[in-house]
Design a protein around this ligand. Structure first.
Ligand code: NI
Length: 201
């Protein structure tokens, strides 16, 4: 068990180290240069949205996707990040409609369709909340190199989740464009996103 956990932690660390040296500032300097991590990140996925409908990412068509992984019971980090995403979209004004904001839970046991339906509208009217089975979520999280782990607690219902807090900007073919560290200021996020809108639309 400990070995397995260490391996997961080490993998998360290695992935983080691979990603971290990519200076996100470069995104703002070169119009068409995407930050290319040394590992493959992301890809198409099919999950269940907050209305209970199975949705494939390809259905978002020409839109870029702004994706965050977290969980609904998160006391502060996730709400802050979702608010930052919404604020970045507000900054983009009319261009924001070319961006599909997506929240993918890493805690599908609690974040079911019903929960998502009440949760996502708190942040943005177009925010899609995705859930699924544990296996489906794990597969998508793995593709996006999202670290997530349940933090042990005495109560089965009150546990916390440890998770990475990157916000991913993906292209219309689910290809990786760039990613933002947790707590990136909305105006910086918006400025970086607009470069991709400008060069691809
Ligand atoms: Ni969180």
């Amino acid at each position: 068990m400990m070995a397995a956990l260490s391996a997961i932690a080490l993998t998360a660390f290695v992935v983080w180290r691979l990603i971290e040296p990519q200076p996100l500032a470069r995104v703002g300097q070169t119009q068409s240069t995407a930050v290319t991590p040394t590992v493959q990140i992301g890809g198409p996925f099919t999950l269940t949205d907050q209305s209970g409908k199975r949705v494939a990412s390809a259905e978002f068509k020409d839109d870029l996707r702004l994706i965050y992984f977290g969980y609904g019971y998160c006391p502060d980090v996730c709400p802050t990040e979702l608010q930052n995403m919404a604020a970045a979209l507000d900054e983009l004004g009319a261009q924001a409609k070319k961006i599909q904001p997506i929240f993918i839970t890493v805690d599908p046991e609690r974040d079911n369709v019903e929960f998502m339906a009440s949760y996502v509208p708190n942040f943005h009217p177009r925010l899609v909340g995705m859930t699924g089975t544990r296996a489906q979520i794990d597969e998508v999280a793995k593709a996006y190199r999202v670290y997530h782990a349940k933090v042990n607690s005495e109560s089965a219902s009150d546990y916390l989740m440890d998770h990475s807090t990157f916000v991913y900007l993906m292209g219309s073919q689910d290809q990786f464009l760039t990613m933002f560290r947790g707590n990136t200021a909305p105006d910086k996020m918006a400025a970086a996103i607009s470069k991709y809108l400008g060069s691809s639309n």
